[in-house]
Design a protein around this ligand. Structure first.
Ligand SMILES: C[S@@+](CC[C@H](N)C(=O)[O-])C[C@H]1O[C@@H](n2cnc3c(N)ncnc32)[C@H](O)[C@@H]1O
Length: 275
């Protein structure tokens, strides 16, 4: 995340270590530590070879990969700037001017520039604006930067649970919720959806922009289908047939299917709730 004196991201210095449980340390140039399975990826604004060598010596771990790259390259070559989607404006924190949502995307998925985020955002907003859908509660599985949850909280939802297994994503999402003054309505929880399945009952809307394998796991879990409306994304057209086979059609029906680039977005409804 950005901390003074940094006001934007320029170059990223990335160190990949073979150990996940690196004790917390303070460094003025640290952007964050991304934990994934048994590894830790350290992101800095400046080169930190000496510091990382000391950390490895102290904690008995090895530097397995190091790279430095432009922030835009980390964001798949995308220049992160203000955009409008579903009638609202989202701005990165380093841009001045009016915006409905301000976001520090840090190095986390969900800047708004990936086709799946963009279409999920538009779809969430369209259901929030629909009086028939009456969205008051939302479960956001794989929240990333928290953008979808913040949009829901800013535009009508009263209670949102946002889940991610990446501690850095949770920290970024919480900071973005505070920045947009919705922290009291968004409960950000660190949880690995491969191991625990959150209850979906009581949620008007369940959003899951994840990846095929994890979506399949969730879709095979009967308790996943206790919500009312579902927005699922993170898979391509070539994967649709296999996912479709996991759909409990006696309980869930198709409401809409969207595509952006090679990505698909499904909107599904619980037959009990959506008639
Ligand atoms: C494709 S991103 C979506 C981010 C955001 N919701 C959006 O639409 O832009 C998927 C998110 O799911 C999280 N994720 C991946 N595997 C997960 C797991 N096993 N449990 C919980 N979250 C997971 C990732 O850390 C990432 O933030």
């Amino acid at each position: 995340m950005l901390r003074p004196p940094y006001q934007a991201y320029d170059r990223l210095y990335v160190y990949h270590l073979d150990r996940a449980d690196i004790p917390a340390f303070a460094d003025p140039d640290l952007i964050g530590i991304w934990i994934e399975d048994d590894t830790a990826v350290l992101f800095f604004h400046r080169a930190k070879d000496q510091l990382v060598a000391e950390l490895c010596a102290r904690h008995g771990c090895t530097l397995v990969y190091q790279a430095d790259l432009d922030y835009g390259d980390w964001e798949a070559g995308q220049f992160i700037t203000s955009f409008t989607a579903g009638g609202i404006t989202v701005s990165p924190v380093w841009e001045k001017g009016q915006a409905d949502i301000r976001l520090d995307p840090s190095v986390i998925f969900g800047s708004g520039f990936h086709p799946t985020t963009r279409v999920c955002l538009e779809t969430v907003l369209s259901y929030l604006q629909s009086p028939e859908a009456a969205i008051r509660t939302m479960l956001d599985l794989g929240t990333g930067t928290g953008l979808l949850s913040i949009a829901a909280a800013r535009f009508g939802a009263e209670k949102i649970t946002a889940i991610d297994n990446n501690p850095l994503a949770c920290a970024v999402a919480r900071a973005n919720c505070r920045l947009n003054k919705v922290a009291e309505r968004v409960d950000v929880r660190e949880m690995d959806l491969r191991r625990s399945k959150p209850a979906t009952s009581g949620y008007n809307l369940v959003v899951a922009n994840l990846y095929r394998g994890l979506l399949e796991q969730l879709m095979r879990t009967p308790s996943f289908w206790e919500g009312e409306l579902y927005i699922l994304s993170g898979f391509m057209q070539s994967m649709e047939a296999e996912l479709l086979a996991e759909l409990p059609t006696e309980k869930i029906r198709f409401l809409d299917r969207k595509r952006s680039d090679k990505w698909c977005i499904w909107v599904l409804g619980n037959r009990k709730a959506t008639g």
